[in-house]
Design a binder for this molecule. Sequence first.
Ligand code: PGA
Length: 245
Amino acid sequence: MKKIFAANWKLNKTPRETEAFFVEWKSKAGDLNSSEIVFFPPATSFDSMAQSLSGSSMKWGAQNCYSEVQGAFTGEISAKTVKAMGGHYVLLGHSERRSIFHENDILISKKVATVQKEELIPMLCIGESLSERETGNTMYILKSQLEAGLSHADPRKPLAVAYEPVWAIGTGKVANPDQIRDAHREINHLIQGFGFPGTTPILYGGSVKADNAKELISIPHVDGFLVGGASLEVSSFLQICKANL
Ligand code: PGA
């Protein structure tokens, strides 16, 4: 199975900056066809992303979408539009969506179902906070977020999961290899219990950088990375995308 290297650009880059990124990328990347490379730009750059990636095997997706595909929902993004523009994935339940925008598991589960219905792949983000880890509740949190997030999902349709410990996101603190191995093994076990295939990719996210990517990609059940800060520069994200070569 191809490793997945995904760039979560969050609220960064204008359409022009997106185009400039890919001009540089094309001059430096070389052959990355043995991996799946995915970009999550802000919605304002979907169009320049689609144009920049046309003719390449790289994919893109949305960082969020609404649970309905059309109607009176001012300010929201439709999975139908993402699909129509050539997107492949939608990131759902990112910890910033959960904490800053107060998204709960019920809403996230509806979004997962909608994204699957539109024939896009939901990349469901789950992960424990520092206090949940320190009180020994990590596995309980992973189970409850998965169980709730997947409650309306179709196990016959594609899914990806991103394990992102909240305390490791944007902090420079990476979970240690044992913590990552244990969490990914548990997630793999749990999703099979919910009827999803054991081959469902599980990405790690949280302060992945060029200098730790090689070590982390060799951990069992780490099928790729979801990268924030280090995906904004061509050189650092390229090094991460080559971690398994
Ligand atoms: P980070 O972000 O790589 O900057 O820690 C990861 C994420 O939020 O997906």
